[in-house]
Ligand binder design. Structure first.
Ligand code: G3H
Ligand code: 13P
Ligand code: ZN
Length: 307
């Protein structure tokens, strides 16, 4: 099956109360682990590539890996640019075959965010590509930007932004944050704000960034085998389920993939000190990504058997 846009996935997700995972990919093992989970669960998938991933692996490698993955799997899969910082990077990935891009103008003044998003929308829509934009700011670290305090999305502005920019989906800030250290105190999301946005934009797909759950089993495993990530904390799964049952159609997950790989590799290497073939520990890591993503699809996103 060729790469697809998120259009049909989101329409069904909105109507049936599930979300599609936006899984960050950086190498072959991550792509394979996610694709295996999608196959096991018969779930649509969004594989997304950050600017950092593009620098690390190279766009050419990612696209060829995706081609190989698609040739072996019969799933609806979307290839998406995560946190596109400017028009040029969006254009490059659209020209390279991505079916969806995020233009992240969330750090710009409002009118500049609209103008930049509009420019990307005009280029993308002429080529059948989906555009995600962002309004509001998440706390935490993302590609070259470190935001200390979040700025929650204003619902009226969200409706105005979507109308004027023409974006197809909108990432909003309601309390999630990027990275492994979310929520200084109690974990909570501003569901009233989400419902207001939903009422002002009926039927419109909303995206949640910074939505890893930071499974404590991986935090503990990593720490037991030498890591120093005490206090790592994520978004509780029940809050994500509630968001997916509402207008949230895409839930972004990167940190959980990193944790699953690193915790299992740490454990493997400590338990097998004589092993030095990377295939041995990468295979274990790939299986951990598969199992974590399958759990997420089944128990959090609700996208099993939705292809
Ligand atoms: O939102 C950021 C994603 O987790 C990507 O992270 O820029 O380090 O690849 P990265
Ligand atoms: P996490 O850091 O919570 O995995 O969020 C990832 C993300 O939003 C990618 O855009
Ligand atoms: Zn993000």
């Amino acid at each position: 099956m060729p790469l697809t846009t998120p259009k049909e996935m989101f329409a069904r997700g909105y109507a049936e109360g599930f979300a599609v995972g936006g899984f960050n990919v950086n190498n072959m093992e991550i792509i394979q682990g996610i694709m295996e989970a999608g196959n096991l669960e018969k779930s649509p998938l969004i594989l997304q590539v950050s600017a950092g991933a593009r620098r690390y692996a190279g766009q050419g490698y990612i696209i060829k890996l995706m081609e190989a993955a698609l040739a072996e799997n019969d799933l609806p899969v979307c290839l998406h640019l995560d946190h596109g910082q400017n028009f040029e990077i969006c254009k490059e990935v659209i020209d390279g075959g991505f079916t969806s891009v995020m233009i992240d103008g969330s750090h710009l003044p409002y009118e500049e965010n609209i103008a930049l998003t509009r420019k990307v929308v005009d280029y993308a829509h002429d080529r059948g590509v989906w555009v995600e934009a962002e309004l509001g700011q998440l706390a935490g670290v993302e590609d070259d930007v470190d935001v200390e305090h979040s700025v929650y999305t204003n619902p009226d502005q969200a409706a105005d932004f979507v109308g004027r920019s023409g974006c197809d989906s909108l990432a909003i800030a309601i309390g999630t944050s990027h990275g492994a250290y979310k929520f200084a105190g109690e974990a909570k999301l501003d569901f009233d704000r989400l419902e207001k946005i939903k009422a002002l934009l009926p039927g419109y797909p909303i995206v949640l960034h910074g939505a890893s759950s930071v499974p404590q089993e991986f935090v503990e495993m990593a720490n037991q085998y030498g890591a120093q990530i005490a206090g790592a904390k994520g978004v509780p799964e029940d809050l994500l389920r509630k968001a997916a049952a509402s207008a949230v159609c895409k839930i972004n997950i990167d940190t959980d993939i990193r944790l699953a790989m690193t915790a299992t590799i740490r454990k493997y290497l400590v338990e097998n000190p004589s092993h030095f073939d990377p295939r041995q520990y990468l295979q274990v890591a790939r299986n951990a990504v598969r199992d974590m993503v399958a759990h997420k699809i089944r128990n959090v996103l609700g996208s099993s058997n939705k292809i």
